[in-house]
Design a protein around this ligand. Structure first.
Ligand code: CTP
Ligand code: CA
Length: 220
């Protein structure tokens, strides 16, 4: 019903979104992942669809149903997420990077389940590609929106991240406020300064975020 009354702010635009955690295999049954339910990214996908966009959602493993109106591509690892994003980014107008991407992967995953013993187990980790940085480094990048989940010094860390990743817009939230919750509160950082999206259900926050993105996109 809400969707019915929404202004079609992104009519005809192609929006690519990453959401959820990535999972890096250790052995046949174990892996390294990040805490992320995928709820915020899925809410943004839904809000983008409500605003008239053509939405592609590249998703790590979540327990969520495919959001209405979106085309979902399921991936597991950060490397797979990068491949899927690269395959879809052509003709994308807006890229919103919400995924909690594992910063590292396991260098030599075991095909078989590792059996326990009483000793210390050492895993060697290599750095994963930065998917968002790969996109902003393209010749003609889409309008890119990043997320920063921090546990402390939110504004300082987030603004540094925005500069480092050369993002027109970064959405900053405290992990304590967002993780596992059906609600969120976010601070948007762009060239005009800060905009606070006060605490509300994730879909409401997502709709306000999409409206903000549409404004910035129109005047870019
Ligand atoms: N991101 C990404 N690929 C990665 C790591 C992060 O696309 N390998 C994206 C996230 O989706 C998010 C933004 O980059 O939009 C910031 O992610 P974050 O983990 O907060 O920042 P990092 O640069 O990885 O720094 P750190 O984890 O050390 O805070
Ligand atoms: Ca990270």
């Amino acid at each position: 019903i809400d969707a019915f009354f929404q202004l079609k702010l992104l009519a005809g635009k192609r929006v690519l979104i990453t959401a959820g955690p990535t999972f890096e295999r250790i052995d046949a049954v174990r892996g390294i992942t990040n805490s992320s339910s995928g709820k915020m990214g899925y809410a943004i996908a839904r809000a983008a669809w409500e605003s008239g966009a053509d939405v592609v959602l590249v998703s790590g493993e979540t327990a969520l149903p495919e959001p209405l109106g979106c085309r979902r591509i399921d991936v597991v690892s950060a490397e797979e997420m990068l491949q899927a994003v690269n395959a879809e980014v052509e003709d994308t107008d807006i890229f919103i990077s919400v995924a909690a991407v594992s910063d590292y992967y396991v260098l030599n995953p075991s095909e078989q389940k590792i059996k326990k013993d009483a000793h210390i187990l050492t895993l060697e980790l290599g750095p994963n590609p930065d998917i968002l940085a790969n996109i902003t480094a393209r010749d003609h990048p889409p309008f890119c929106v990043g997320f920063a989940a921090e546990s402390e010094n939110l504004l300082e860390y987030a603004e540094a991240k925005r500069k480092r990743k050369k993002l027109p817009l970064l959405a900053a939230n405290l992990v304590q406020n967002a993780m596992g919750s059906d609600e969120n509160e976010i601070i948007l950082l762009d060239d005009d300064g800060e905009t606070r999206l006060t605490r509300a259900p994730k879909l409401d926050v997502a709709r306000r975020l999409i409206a903000h993105i549409a404004r910035l996109y129109q005047k870019r």
